[in-house]
Write a protein that binds this ligand. Sequence first.
Ligand code: 5GP
Length: 191
Amino acid sequence: MSAKGKVIIISAPSGCGKSTIINALLAKGEIDMQFSVSATNRKPREGEKHGVNYYFLSDEEFRRAIDAGEFVEYEEVYPGRYYGTLRGEIDRIVDAGHNVVLDIDVKGGVNVKRMYGDEAVSVFIQPPSVEALRQRLIGRGTETPEAIAQRVDRAEFEISYAPQFDHAVVNDDLDKAIAEVSDILKDFTAR
Ligand code: 5GP
């Protein structure tokens, strides 16, 4: 094994269980990997902590971090809402010899894979179908029809990026998806 850690990229449309899969793998602890905490200018949700889920920055602070070259990549994932991967976060973890896991949107995922090449693996988690995602959102009953349409549109756009990832895993059955991602990562980190 090389002294430096490698980069693990996980991307998925919203509502596909990406965070659940990452958290399950981190909790199992079978793969040596640490979570890269991104920066964002969105407000914390209830229970989210600064420095744990994200570094929550003001618009001004986010702009300053861009100007200072602190980001490996950043994207406006939703209108006015920015998210970025901090160079310092990746370097700190890989320099200590650990693998780093990134939970980032599809564009960011493709960009980081391009930058790190063989030192990175990219995994795309996808819903069984757009229709299944739509049904799940309708079934949940928490979204207005407009919001459902917006999320489904965004999911269609994100799914179109799947072929650019090293691996695509369909999350039909959560336990199966976790096992599949785990196998991919064990194989990659053993190389
Ligand atoms: P949320 O607001 O639900 O936490 O995240 C929204 C989206 O932003 C998710 O798809 C998440 O993967 C993505 N995201 C989180 N951090 C980053 C980042 O550092 N860079 C990019 N490009 N996307 C990110």
